[in-house]
Design a protein around this ligand. Structure first.
Ligand SMILES: Nc1ncnc2c1ncn2[C@@H]1O[C@H](COP(=O)(O)OP(=O)(O)OP(=O)(O)O)[C@@H](O)[C@H]1O
Length: 408
């Protein structure tokens, strides 16, 4: 049996030429797009390349349609990572940057009343430019409400807000960032880049992924990410546009201790280069990186100022010293110091020492010991941390039940 092939006549071939050129052009366009894209949707890039090459023009059409759809859907997650570009919800419009030592974010009498005592009441926030500002408080204290009002995602009932950078320089990362599961980490961050800083190249994506420890999983689909990895991804997407103000809601909440340490180091390293406001109910985290702290309890700002100041103002810092040598004489030497509140001999080799401030204790203890014949076995702070100061500060607060809950 013979096979007959009908070859097109000369005029038919001429008529089909534009279609062939169109198909080849489409294929070339799809291939160029594929090569330049950080990664391909659903399957590896090489699979798409084969499909485009062997099935002209349907492979190219399929690739462009699938790519277009994944980008359109992903774009809807952009605004969640970045302050929405509409005018701010604050009663006062954003203001221009001021001097280097200026306050970058301030609010006056900020109130959002949800009823039944819940919300935010008369908050006067002052965030110094370049600070790492830790917003602490128990569950329900109003941290998320304050951050979402600052980021323009929620409205205040009353009060004013002034932010010293344009809204395009403000990035927000919610406590539970959500992304389309079929996108890769690189695609998520690249979409954020295209949305907030299209002028930056793909290097910005790599840098954001690497600074959040996601380089190795850049091409993995984010649907399979753990909560901790998703939280890092949210941070990477927030960082990609190089924001001047970063608002982070509980950035370490879902991380294991090593992951927490990494993110805290990253946040601490931003001091002076960006202004960071982050909320947390883990006081040790805040003490580790925040130079400025705001304590919220039942929607009210109970303290605002330096982290060290909070400890100094609300605690009489105490250390337990285990010593060798003439311990009684050493206790007397401590009692003679103007900064020592009390020095008690509580064992043959142990002194419990209370200083008026942490700074005096930290400087004074080594110098008294150096001037005596003492040998130091151990020096343990008993109540010189942010948690103790927080509890002392809030002892008379109406938020005490919540605060005690926070310790559990
Ligand atoms: N949209 C809302 N409508 C009514 N009440 C709300 C709303 N959002 C928050 N609240 C209430 O306002 C209070 C403050 O909530 P918010 O989420 O700001 O606190 P938070 O300090 O961030 O708490 P958490 O640490 O649990 O995230 C809570 O009592 C909460 O139940």
């Amino acid at each position: 049996m013979g096979i007959s092939v009908n070859m097109p006549s000369g005029s038919t071939a001429l008529a089909l030429l534009p279609l062939a050129v169109l198909a080849l052009g489409l294929m070339a366009y799809a291939l160029v797009h594929l090569v330049r894209a950080p990664s391909a949707p659903y399957v590896p890039k090489w699979v798409w390349a084969v499909v485009i090459l062997i099935s002209v023009p349907w492979g190219a059409l399929a690739y462009l349609l699938v790519r277009g759809r994944s980008q359109t859907v992903a774009d809807t997650s952009g605004p969640a990572l970045r302050a929405a570009p509409e005018p701010p919800a604050s009663p006062v419009p954003a203001v221009r940057p001021r001097a280097a030592d200026a306050v970058l974010v301030s609010t006056v009498g900020l109130t959002r009343d949800y009823g039944a005592g819940a919300g935010l009441f008369g908050v006067d926030l002052r965030v110094p430019e370049g600070a790492v500002y830790g917003l602490v408080g128990p569950n329900g204290a109003g941290k998320s409400t304050l951050l979402s009002i600052l980021s323009g995602l929620r409205r205040a009932d009353s009060g004013t807000i002034a932010v010293g950078v344009p809204r395009t320089s403000v990035a927000v990362c919610p406590d539970v960032p959500e992304f389309e599961p079929w996108l890769t980490a690189a695609e998520v961050v690249d979409l954020a880049r295209q949305y907030v800083a299209p002028a930056l190249g793909f290097d910005a994506v790599r840098e954001a992924l690497s600074s959040t420890g996601l380089n190795d999983v850049a091409d993995r689909r984010v649907g399979a990410f753990s909560r901790g990895m998703t939280q890092r991804l949210g941070l990477a997407a927030a960082l990609v546009g190089d924001p001047r103000l970063l608002l982070l809601d509980e950035p370490t909440a879902a991380l294991d201790p090593a992951g927490r340490a990494e993110i805290l180091d990253l946040v601490g390293g931003m001091r002076g280069r960006r202004t960071v406001v982050f909320s947390s109910h883990i006081l040790a985290d805040v003490q580790r990186v925040a130079d400025t702290v705001g304590v919220l309890g039942a929607g009210r700002l109970l303290y605002q100022g330096s982290t060290r100041g909070l400890i100094d103002e609300h605690l009489q810092p105490t250390w337990s010293l285990r010593l060798t040598g003439p311990v009684e004489r050493i206790a007397d030497a401590f009692r003679a110091q103007p900064w020592v509140v009390r020095a008690d001999l509580i064992d043959r080799d142990r002194i419990q020492l209370t200083a008026d401030t942490v700074a005096h204790g930290e400087r004074g203890i080594p110098s008294v010991l150096a001037a005596s014949d003492a040998g130091l076995i151990s020096c343990e702070p008993l109540a010189a941390d942010l948690e103790s100061a927080f509890l002392a500060l809030t002892a008379n607060s109406p938020a005490v039940p919540q605060i005690l809950e926070m310790r559990r």
